[in-house]
Write a protein that binds this ligand. Sequence first.
Ligand code: NAD
Length: 432
Amino acid sequence: MKLCMIGTGYVGLVSGVCFSDLGNDVICVDHDQKKIENLKKGIIPIYEPGLDELVVKNYKNKRLKFSTNLNESVEKSDIIFICVGTPTKKNGINADLNQIYNVAKKIRSSISKFKIIITKSTVPVTTGDEIQKIISNKVPKKLFSVVSNPEFLREGEALRDFIYPDRVVIGTNDNRSNKILKNLYSPLISKGAKYINTSRRAAELIKYASNAFLATKITFINELANLCEKIDVNIEDISIGMGLDKRIGGRFLRAGPAYGGSCFPKDTKAITATAKEFKTNLSVIKSVIKSNENRSSLLLKRVFNILKGKIKNKKICFLGVTFKANTDDMRDSSSLAMIPSLIKKGAKINYFDPTGEKNDFKKLKNVIFSNSIPKAIKDSDLIIIHTEWNDFKSIDFKKNVQNKKFKIFDMRNIYSPNKMKELKIKYFSIGN
Ligand SMILES: NC(=O)c1ccc[n+]([C@@H]2O[C@H](COP(=O)([O-])OP(=O)(O)OC[C@H]3O[C@@H](n4cnc5c(N)ncnc54)[C@H](O)[C@@H]3O)[C@@H](O)[C@H]2O)c1
């Protein structure tokens, strides 16, 4: 099939590459010229394990093309996936749909034969109705069908998630589009993915509801961790004890820093905005948002206690600054709240991240990037394990840290408290 992905970011690039690998002809379009030029040279704009080889392989096969010409790419394709960003509006709550509607307006002049227009971006309920209206202003209804096909991939696991998804959700009442899309996804269905066809609005809501539920699970266990810290119970026992119940499940039930990333913070807010628009109150999700927003200051209080209130001139090392492992994505990472706050209190920050130095911290005084773990931790008073990279799971702290009185605050609970006790390392973790 001939596909066009509009927006070559995490979602557009990963799904475009995977669709081409499944034998489709795919054009990935972006208005960012530099990104497209780089992709043509095999330079990948994001860190995603395994992505670079797959891009190079399919680009060489000519099944995968990159372009900045939106209209030409849409004209040549039968199925158009809109994968542009849907960030939070300046009001801090609603989803900003400008990128989506701009694309809908621009592609109208390129539809002269039947095309399926799909929103893969996460969009609030009724966005599909709006796209339909915008396009039908200029294009006869029989020439297009607007479908919702939300994407559930996780950064860091994106290729696996795309090829082996739990489910493929197609939101359309149009049988013709449903049949074509079931065929497009048949290689994934034959690998075990469940295919569900719903109304367009239901598909839009499934995505938000799923993200809000996962954010709720994380927040739930984070709050329980706060209780565990007061009652001499280890949160890890609770996570395992609860997670083994199949009705609950153990995933997204690990206590840690505030959830971040490009999706959960913005999507939890956007779904409450939708609820408000339709005069309902998603009070559970609202309190999840609030609890998560308080989480970083709560963990900072813990840092303060660990350092016995003396932050000034303390050398604090962050291991990992991205919102999770195996990605370079800094969007809404809790390190963005914690590091500036610690500097304000006079701390000196050193950090290491396997995906390199971050622009977010370049302008901050007293924040230094070290290009290796030993260099980063060498002079530390406190080491904060912020992101759960495998690289951080077997560090010989005693050998590498010169200051013999160093402490560790493991925000991901990756080390065993007992082992740390045996090693006589002052070790603090979450919910313990
Ligand atoms: N990142 C994730 O893990 C993830 C997972 C599932 C769903 N989503 C959703 O998918 C959507 C995209 O997310 P992302 O993380 O891939 O975003 P991104 O910011 O990484 O990529 C969006 C791309 O769209 C391009 N773009 C914007 N307007 C354009 C236009 N008019 N023409 C051509 N290109 C244009 C931008 O230049 C950018 O490269 C969002 O709605 C997001 O919520 C993201």
